[in-house]
Design a protein around this ligand. Structure first.
Ligand SMILES: Nc1ncnc2c1ncn2[C@@H]1O[C@H](COP(=O)(O)OP(=O)(O)OP(=O)(O)O)[C@@H](O)[C@H]1O
Length: 293
C-alpha cells in the first residue's frame, strides 16, 4: 500500500531523516516512536507531500512528491494541532471536506460528538478539538490514516473510544501510522513498531517479535549482596541494585559466577529479568547510542 524508500530529508543543511525505508500494508497499525526531535512528525509530513525529500514515496502505485498529491485523496491525517476554522461549527468544518454527508453523520455519532458538533469550533476544549481533528482524518473512507499524538488532550473514555475505533477501521482494512510518546497506549493498538533515533530507523518489527526481544538482564541474590556488588563493580562489571537483588547483564553471567565463587560468595537465586515494552524501548535506544558513539 505505502512504500517509503531511501527517504532523506533536509531542513536547510541539516539532515533530519537519513535513508529511511519502510512499508505499510492494509490493516496494519504502525507505531512510530522515538525521542523528541528524532523526526517522527517530519516523516509524517513528508508522506503528506508537505516537505521536500530525496528517495521515493509510493502509495497504491502512485508517487507522492511535494508537487504531486493525487494519491493523498485516500490518506487521512492529523498532524500537530488540527487545522480548524474557529468561526465555523464542528459540523461545518467537517462539511468542507466531506464527500458524503451520511458518512459525516456516522463519524460524528461514532466519536460521540453530537452534543457539541453544532457549536463553534473555536469554543471547543483541547480534547473536543482533538476529536474533531480525528473525525477529519477519518472522513472519506481513507485507506491510510496518519495520526501524530492522537490521544493528546483526550480523557480516559475518549482514549478508549478512539482505540476501539482504530481497531474497527483496521479490521476493515484501513492502515494507520501513529506516533505517540504514550507507549502504554500505543502498545494496545499497534501491530508493528518503527523506532527512530538520531534521525534513522533503528528498528522496524512486528509487535509479536518485539515482545520476544531476548532478555538482556539477569537478577541475582547472593549470600552477601553488598560484598558481591563491590567485587563485581571493582572488576568493571555493570551492576545495579534493586531491592534485594543485583541486576547484571546476561552476557556477563559466567564472569559474575566465577568472580563470586573465587570470593566464596554463593548464588542463592539467578533469574532472567523480563522487561516491559517501555523498558525494551529504552534498552534499544541506549544500545543504539552506545553502538553509534
Ligand atoms: N520547519 C523546520 N525547520 C527547521 N528544522 C525543523 C523544522 N521542523 C522540524 N525541524 C527539526 O527537525 C528535527 C525533527 O523534528 P520532528 O518535529 O520531526 O521531531 P519529532 O520526532 O516529531 O519530535 P517530538 O517527539 O518532539 O514531536 C528536529 O531537530 C527539529 O528541530
Amino acid at each position: 500500500m505505502l512504500q517509503v524508500k531511501k527517504l532523506n530529508i533536509y531542513y536547510g543543511r541539516h539532515k533530519v531523516i537519513k535513508d529511511a525505508s519502510f512499508k505499510i500494508q492494509p490493516s496494519e497499525i504502525i507505531g512510530l516512536i522515538g525521542p523528541n526531535g528524532a523526526g517522527k512528525s517530519t516523516i509524517m509530513k513528508t508522506i503528506l507531500g508537505l516537505t521536500k525529500f530525496t528517495g521515493t514515496i509510493i502509495f497504491n502505485g502512485q508517487k507522492i512528491t511535494p508537487t504531486k498529491h493525487t494519491a493523498l485523496q485516500h490518506v487521512g491525517a492529523l498532524i500537530e494541532n488540527p487545522a480548524l476554522y474557529p468561526f465555523l461549527t464542528g459540523r461545518e468544518n467537517l462539511s468542507l471536506y466531506a464527500n458524503d454527508q451520511a458518512e459525516l453523520a456516522k463519524i460524528v455519532s461514532m466519536l460521540e460528538m453530537d452534543q457539541y458538533i453544532d457549536r463553534r469550533a473555536g469554543d471547543y476544549s483541547i480534547g473536543m478539538k482533538q476529536k474533531l481533528g480525528i473525525a477529519l482524518a477519518l472522513l472519506n473512507h481513507p485507506q491510510l490514516v496518519i495520526l501524530d499524538e492522537p490521544m493528546n488532550g483526550l480523557d480516559i473514555e475518549a482514549t478508549i473510544l478512539i482505540r476501539k475505533i482504530i481497531h474497527r477501521y483496521a479490521t476493515a482494512g484501513t492502515a494507520f501510522l501513529i506516533s505517540s510518546h504514550v507507549l502504554s497506549e500505543l502498545q494496545k493498538v499497534m501491530t508493528s513498531v518503527i523506532i527512530l533515533n538520531h534521525h534513522e530507523i533503528i528498528m522496524d518489527t512486528p509487535i509479536d517479535q518485539f515482545k520476544n526481544t531476548p532478555v538482556s538482564k539477569v537478577k541475582l541474590k547472593a549470600t552477601d549482596n553488598s560484598a558481591a556488588k563491590t567485587i563485581l563493580t571493582n572488576s568493571g562489571l555493570d551492576v545495579q541494585q534493586n531491592d534485594n537483588y543485583l541486576i547484571i547483564n546476561i552476557a556477563e553471567v559466567d564472569q559474575v559466577q566465577n568472580l563470586l565463587y573465587q570470593h566464596q560468595i554463593m548464588l542463592r537465586e539467578l533469574t532472567p529479568v523480563h522487561q516491559n515494552f517501555e523498558q525494551v524501548v529504552v534498552s534499544v535506544l541506549k544500545k543504539n547510542r552506545r553502538d553509534t558513539q
